[in-house]
Design a protein around this ligand. Structure first.
Ligand code: KIV
Length: 319
């Protein structure tokens, strides 16, 4: 996600670690409830990907196992069928149909424009392509804040669209929704630190957890999510030291984005990873490809070939 705060971060307060000490989760001995790998297991899973992934066909339980076994988890966002098909051949452990779709795919200034219907359409497209992959769908802005029934309805739409789990931001005030989803067999991924749906409260996409109160709050909420039965937590844009201090005592994995190397896994927006955005690049979004250049070069070659009359060739034409 965009991050327009570049100031250096002081270390987290010393008592954050202490605040986490009582982090005792029933998840320790009790497996996370939720769907296992039944729905998509084995469907079109490529052998090479299965060999390299932390788990053959990941589920919420595998995320917990990876933490126990100290295996790093990798996730990327995806919003469409074509990229989902490609990702199904990769070793990535999970795909997030993020509400960042509102920005990345629809050009909005924030994620607030993502509706349940928009998320359903993107989730269905990804699930069609992402055979064998663990797909998490984002619950969009306010969909889990309008009461228990509305929250369950929103999750119902996303799970019946084919998601294996849902993700939602924050915890305070919607504990009941999280708990009921978990009790209903829906794996829930939390999202703490910078929560893009709160961009207006922050006054921009800003690093969170830099002051003592905010750091302590983030740590407390992480513990609360674990207690409520979440199977993982995305930690977005928090100081690396704080992310590490939150991660260590938790039984559930943290998946970082702009949260340093101390998390149990990492997630990036696919278009950032592919270097598609030349205008804006937050410091954590390492491009693993100069995708914008690749696309522009290919389009330029097409344009030149058309205009030079060398495309299409005879063998590219029907007789
Ligand atoms: O919507 C999204 O893409 C996300 C990731 C940044 C974690 O929530």
């Amino acid at each position: 996600m965009p991050n327009n705060d570049a100031s250096p971060s002081p270390p987290p307060p010393a008592d954050v670690a202490q605040a986490l000490v009582p982090a005792v989760s029933r998840l320790v001995s009790t497996p996370v409830s939720g769907r296992d790998t039944v729905s998509k297991a084995g469907v079109g899973k490529s052998a090479d990907a299965a060999g390299k992934s932390a788990c053959a066909t990941c589920s919420a339980r595998d995320f917990l196992r990876a933490k126990t076994e100290r295996r790093k988890l990798s996730m990327v966002t995806c919003y469409d069928y074509t990229f989902a098909r490609l990702l199904s051949k990769s070793a990535i452990d999970g795909i997030l149909v993020g509400d960042s779709a509102a920005m990345v795919m629809h050009g909005h200034a924030s994620t607030l424009s993502a509706s349940v219907e928009v998320m359903r359409l993107h989730t269905e497209a990804v699930v069609r392509g992402a055979a064998g992959k663990f797909v998490v769908a984002d619950m969009p802005f306010l969909s889990f804040r309008k009461g228990l029934a509305a929250g369950l309805d929103a999750a119902h739409v996303l799970m019946t669209a084919g998601a294996n789990a849902v993700k939602l931001e924050g915890v305070d005030g919607h504990e009941d929704v999280i708990q009921r989803l978990v009790q209903s067999g829906i794996p829930v991924m939390g999202h703490l630190g910078m929560q893009p749906q709160s961009v207006h409260a922050y006054g921009g996409f800003r690093v969170q957890g830099r002051d003592d109160d905010s750091a302590r709050e983030t740590a407390r909420q992480a513990m609360a999510l674990e207690e409520l039965g979440a199977f993982a937590i995305v930690l977005e844009c928090v100081p690396a030291d704080l992310a590490r201090q939150i991660t260590e005592p938790l039984r559930i994995p943290t998946i970082g984005i702009g949260a340093g190397a101390g998390c149990d896994g990492q997630i990036l927006v696919l278009q950032d990873l592919l270097g598609m955005n030349t205008d804006f690049r937050p410091k954590f979004a390492r491009p693993f490809l100069d995708g914008a250049r690749c696309v522009l070069d290919a389009v330029a070659q097409f344009d030149e070939a058309v205009k030079a009359g060398t495309f299409p060739a005879t063998e590219e034409s029907y007789s």
